[in-house]
Design a protein around this ligand. Structure first.
Ligand SMILES: *Cc1c(COP(=O)(O)O)cnc(C)c1O
Length: 386
């Protein structure tokens, strides 16, 4: 299933904008549901920070996924969109009091707690409301993921989670607190992970930790392995749906669950990345001495991943079939890092051509900013344009 672009419709729309292929999104969600429905104790919480567009969320909701939030704003949006609070988990190293209160008032499934000071605040705030907060401890498993340094989160040196060696002590502390209930262990090792070995390493680590807990007669209800499954940025057509079968089978095969334990996943990128494309127009073709530039009306304010992580996105000229030439594809923002790709092969570019930047459904629109007083990009779905 390959995204096809309604180019004539695009001609009359103000650029830049995000285009979401809802058929692909539905097929991706179906592929996830096909896998998780094989096992009745698997629950996927969509990591809403990847894409919080209401049109996208509406479709995700149809498939019954829960939500993984990292802020109060995300909790508010999830509830407003009609997601079940009993399927909301809430992570983050710096939860504000109002955000914790919001989670408590909505009786979310679980707070993923990252430190003792946070635990104490949740206990206090839950006490003030005469309620009990379900908490999972986010443990830093010291498992490296083979991905970009800025998006690994599970190493001892990262700011996230509780050190493994402190786990026993923190569990002791939770058990002394009256308004928190310790229900699970949470992990998240990074993002854009394509090596199943990284997830196997995580499973092995969780098995070790569970064995230690078991020896103390502690069995938690809930194991949360986070998200991080990557996508194929190089081949958005050939591999438009991630290999969910190997992903879920890896956990099925390597993670030893105790009876009645539920297994939670927090997939973000893998759900939404391939269904999104940033569409922009060429403003100018500028000839330099060494190279030529295609200057777009989209910039790092619309899609910051290339500037922030040197991320690769496939770029295509939708308006030309003339022989290919090399271009540095850049935006109009006053920053040298406002570059989408260097020496990109594109069919000969002219002013006004439509340019597609692929695989931008995750961490695209949600990371857009108004730097340079630019308007935020609009969005359209394939349903709306068909
Ligand atoms: C960002 C994040 C995710 C989702 O990561 P993806 O790589 O998009 O799957 C899941 N869990 C937590 C705690 C996160 O911070």
């Amino acid at each position: 299933m390959m995204t096809s672009f309604p180019i004539t419709k695009f001609e009359s729309i103000k650029t830049p904008f995000y285009y979401y292929d809802t058929n692909l999104l539905r097929q991706t969600l179906q592929a996830i549901t096909d896998e998780t429905s094989k096992r009745d104790n698997y629950c996927v919480h969509y990591a809403i920070k990847a894409n919080a567009n209401p049109k996208v969320l509406q479709i995700i909701k149809e498939y019954g996924l829960g939500i993984d939030c990292v802020s109060g704003g995300e909790i508010e949006l999830s509830i407003k969109m009609g997601f079940d609070p009993q399927k909301i988990v809430f992570a983050g190293v710096g939860k504000s009091d109002w955000e914790i209160n919001l989670g408590l008032e909505n009786k979310i499934l679980c707070f993923n707690v990252e430190s003792i000071p946070e635990l104490e605040v949740i206990n206090d705030l839950a006490g003030q409301k005469n309620t009990i907060a379900n908490i999972a401890l986010r443990i830093n498993p010291d498992v490296g993921a083979h991905t970009h340094a800025n998006i690994t989160t599970g190493l001892a040196e990262n700011k996230f989670g509780i050190d493994m060696d402190d786990m026993d002590y923190v569990i002791e502390r939770t058990r002394q607190m009256k308004n928190v209930k310790f229900i699970g262990l949470h992990f998240h090792i990074g993002s854009q992970i394509l090596e199943m070995d990284d997830f196997i390493a995580l499973c092995n680590r969780i098995n070790e930790l569970q064995t230690k807990l078991f020896a103390k007669q502690i069995i938690v209800d809930h194991i949360n392995v986070g998200g991080g499954l990557g996508i194929d940025y190089k081949h958005p057509n050939r591999n438009c749906i991630p290999d969910f079968n190997s992903y879920f089978s890896t956990f099925h095969k390597h993670l030893k669950l105790q009876n009645n334990q539920t297994l939670h996943f927090e997939l973000g990128r893998a759900v939404v990345a391939q269904c999104g494309t940033l569409i922009s127009r060429v403003l100018y073709v500028k000839q330099g001495h060494q190279k030529q530039f295609a200057i777009l009306d989209a910039g790092m304010t619309d899609l910051i991943r290339p500037a922030l992580y040197q991320a690769y996105h496939k770029i295509k000229n939708l308006s030309s079939v003339e022989p290919k030439e090399k271009y540095d594809v850049v935006g109009p923002i006053c920053e040298s890092s406002d570059v989408f790709g260097k020496a990109v092969d594109l069919n000969k570019v002219h002013r006004g051509d439509l340019i597609a930047i692929r695989s931008t459904g995750a961490y695209g629109e949600t990371m857009a900013s108004q730097y340079n007083c630019r308007p935020l990009p609009e969005s359209y779905t394939s349903d709306e344009l068909s």
